[in-house]
Design a binder for this molecule. Structure first.
Ligand SMILES: Cc1ncc(COP(=O)(O)O)c(C=O)c1O
Length: 284
């Protein structure tokens, strides 16, 4: 069955989200997006996602055409119409079609797609994952731009090396994943890069959660050298949740198994995320 989407003010089947070949999102990568998910079939951290989308848009002189309230109402409606057990909510905003393929006309393209979430295999969370490094840093890293060409370029290599994610490293520093944020654990303290990253909604939630669990948290630069000596490493993202990392390129992290701090954070995250989506008072 076709999923139901929102496209420039209308509710349509996703096959009818028809975008002009002159769209500046396609021709110039002039666009921003957001990916949110449901827990217990309720949007998780919607205000944070909306705010980030609005800020990303503003940075590129785009404008989210819906208020937060209107956005929440459209998402609610789409979730009801699609009725997946758990959903990924993908919102895309581009500069829209331009007759000369260059000058924005102000007529933006805005759509919201709902897809069923397919979780990663359990094995990833039980045994941990391998990741590979690529020397790269994203321009305007705090903007969630639609330009993922570095990730696409290295996709084949990642699959060939049986790695779950690409870690961007630059000038000796470990930054972020191609679609996730990085945490390392040393002596029960969490360290996560602060600059040159997308401020992940899951990252920010995990920082709050870790503090609630009385772990120390440092937001600062991590060198690749320091990262490889960590006791534990994990990556965070909306759709992958918390992924334990047991190998980076050919280097084993700690004993090469999922560590106790990562396990505690993963368990609490799943518990709180499921509960929090369903209640007005925030737990974290
Ligand atoms: C470059 C990048 N960093 C980090 C993240 C994680 O962000 P979030 O936790 O909001 O999904 C993403 C998500 O796609 C991303 O693309």
């Amino acid at each position: 069955m076709e999923s139901i989407a929102y496209f420039n003010g209308n509710i349509v089947e996703s096959k009818n989200v028809l975008i002009s070949p002159y769209d500046l999102g396609l021709l110039r990568a002039y666009g921003v997006f957001d990916v949110m998910r449901t827990w217990s079939n309720r949007p998780f951290l919607l205000p944070e996602h909306y705010r980030r989308l609005r800020n990303s848009a503003k940075e590129l002189s785009l404008r989210v055409p819906l208020s937060e309230k209107e956005f929440a109402a459209v998402v609610e409606n789409l979730l009801r119409l699609n009725a997946f057990p758990e959903s990924r909510i993908r919102t895309v905003l581009t500069g829209g079609p331009s007759p000369d393929g260059y000058a924005p006309t102000g007529k933006q393209t805005f759509f919201i797609l709902i897809e069923e979430i397919v979780p990663l295999p359990d094995e990833v969370y039980v045994r941990g994952a391998k990741i590979i490094t690529v020397d790269y840093h994203r321009e305007r890293s705090h903007v969630k731009s639609t330009n993922y060409s570095a990730a696409m370029k290295h996709h084949k290599e990642r699959v060939k090396k049986n790695a779950l994610e690409i870690l961007y490293v630059h000038e000796g520093k470990a930054l972020e994943g191609s679609a996730s944020n990085l945490f390392s654990v040393k002596k029960k303290r969490l360290i996560t890069p602060k600059d040159d990253i997308l401020p992940g909604i899951t990252r920010n939630y995990i920082i709050r959660l870790a503090k609630k669990l009385k772990f120390g948290v440092e937001e600062r630069a991590i060198s690749v050298k320091e990262l490889l000596k960590a006791d534990e490493v994990f990556m965070t993202s909306t759709t992958k949740n918390i992924v334990p990392v047991v190998a980076i390129d050919s280097n084993r992290i700690g004993p090469g198994t999922v560590g106790p701090v990562t396990t505690q954070i993963m368990d609490c995250f799943i518990k709180y995320a499921g509960q929090q989506a369903n209640q007005p008072d925030r737990i974290v």
